[in-house]
Design a protein around this ligand. Structure first.
Ligand SMILES: [Zn+2]
Length: 146
């Protein structure tokens, strides 16, 4: 499902590339979910995102937490595996306006993928990667859809 050869790669990306449509899809998802948090996955190859998979947030306290629906998560990972795509990033929103991962986001991080924070009311998306015990911001490069 997530073989050890591909997964750690995304941990070393200095930048993540995505197109405007993917950026807009994440912001629209966050706006629709507000005041609750939204969650989704970004798949692709190398450091280039090719697909966005929004998932239902099934956390108990959706205004302050996110938990991707397990069945949807599994389906999305299996579909990506079948397409030869890697999990590059997990995005979730902070309707509170906080633009960085929270201490809880850090303690609950389970995947070696970039973490994207979407702030719906500002239309801001920022990318971070886990480095040991903290997050470091990486560049998010938006490419024009041709
Ligand atoms: Zn968070």
């Amino acid at each position: 499902m997530l073989d050890g050869e591909r997964v750690p790669m995304s941990a070393f990306f200095e930048a993540l590339y995505l197109d405007e449509a993917t950026l807009r899809a994440m912001i629209a998802h966050a706006e629709a979910a507000a005041p609750e948090e939204c969650v989704g996955l970004l798949f692709g190859r190398e450091a280039r995102v090719t697909r966005c998979a929004p998932l239902p947030n099934v956390a108990d306290d959706k205004r302050h937490r996110f938990l991707a629906e397990p069945e949807g998560l599994l389906r999305a990972l299996q579909e990506a595996d079948a397409r030869g795509e890697a999990l590059l990033a997990i995005y979730h929103s902070h309707p509170s306006g906080r633009q960085e991962p929270s201490p809880r986001d850090l303690s609950e991080a389970r995947y070696q993928a970039a973490q994207l924070i979407v702030v719906p009311q500002r239309g801001v998306v920022r990318a971070f990667r886990l480095e040991g015990t903290h997050y470091r911001e990486i560049a998010l490069i938006v490419e024009r859809t041709s």
